[in-house]
Design a protein around this ligand. Sequence first.
Ligand code: TRP
Length: 485
Amino acid sequence: MLDKNVLEYSETLKKLGINHSILEHPELVTVEDVQKYLGFGLDEALATLIMKTEKGFVAIVRRGDCALDSKKTKKVLGVESLSMATDDEFRQITGVVPGAAHILHPVTKVIIDEKVFEKEKINGGSGSLLYTFRYDVGDLKKIPQSQIADVTKLTVSTVINKSNRVFSGIRATGRLHLGNYLGAVKGFLELEKTGKYETVYCVVDVHSITTPYDKEALAKNKREIIIDYLAAGLDPKKSIIIYQSDVPEHIELAFYFSSVVNVARMLHLPTYKDKIKQHPNAVTMALLNYPVLMAADILIYKAGLVPVGIDQEPHLEVTREIARKMNQLYGTDFPEPVRFATKGEYIPSLTGEGKMSKTIAGSYINLTDSLEEIRKKVRSVPTATTAGGEMSSGVKTLFTFANLFMPEETVKYKKAFEDGTLKFVELKDALAEAIYRELKPFQERRAKIASDTKYVDEVIRDGAERARKIAKATVDEVKKKMGLI
Ligand code: TRP
């Protein structure tokens, strides 16, 4: 749903003849994070500065990879003094929060740096931290009271922190279910397909030993997940697909990282607290180190983008803290990775309560389920209507799935629900078929891949070889910078 202000802004732009499209993203504050998320560099971002001069305020629109050159700017403006507006002044003048500035400014003058016009399209703020506008650069000349001038210089520092690597991992605790598939693997695939990133996808088997586990099951499960990755369509020529334990440098780097991490910080993480509640007799060092190993997984590849569920945000925060600390203390150039949220990131349980999970019976659909099994499970979603004719959580669940698997038909069913004419069994059966339609090709590919032992072995071997090259270079760099070699 578009924000009212964003829509109004879009209308105003249309009236001015400034062509644009609207991109949606999770709430991100820095231009760098937004661009990383959307898959663009800082050279395709517009950043607006509000500057104070003795003649009043002026807006300066420049590219994200350019820094203001104050000498040039003073000359262009014919002023003596030039300083950044404070956050409060920024809010007063633009009417939006810092980070979300758009390109129409009620100030006397808008200077657009000439380097902006080297691009065809460029992204800029929308007034909301959830949307970014992508403008046709040629139309920016139509911004009222604007003037094009050379007021910046290119910077190198921002380019160094621009990472185009993606890393993600799934624990080897069992076969994937529909929730993992939609929430994680589809996102992996989406990022691989853009062709803009170097993608590394991992089965984090070493993380699986941080809580009590069955060793035969682990050996079996970890391979099943690799097969699931391949069946979902990940291409081992494009993505590096690995077992974490095949790249022991992850563990080495985690130990170096642990020297900059506070024990108290780890003790207070919600994930750690949950796990020690579940396993009060297995409160181990490995468990406490879980987030540090995860940081090493990501940073060893200097990945900037991590497709994972929102529940992993606290771990990503730790990862960013470690990156900052290492860069500060040892002069490394680790990026501060951001999360990539997929559309199906919250897949509800079929019980109508909570999230789809392997550990709750009746809550999930297996990727290998037949049409009959899926139909039976979907039919079991509770649909008792609430007194006020509101959607019960079971009905909401059905519509969430309908939106994901048959978006075109959903409108029709929703209308029927509102009119009180909906027959739930019809919606359920149509949904079961739509889910099966999506899973069938997956199942066929999976059967083929699973029977080709040699191919799977080769994918794993080749992935490890490619990954170790990158991982070893990072570890060598860290050892040198830390004074170990
Ligand atoms: N902690 C993640 C989870 O439970 C798994 C994981 C380990 C991971 N290392 C990672 C995810 C690195 C992304 C990146 O889902």
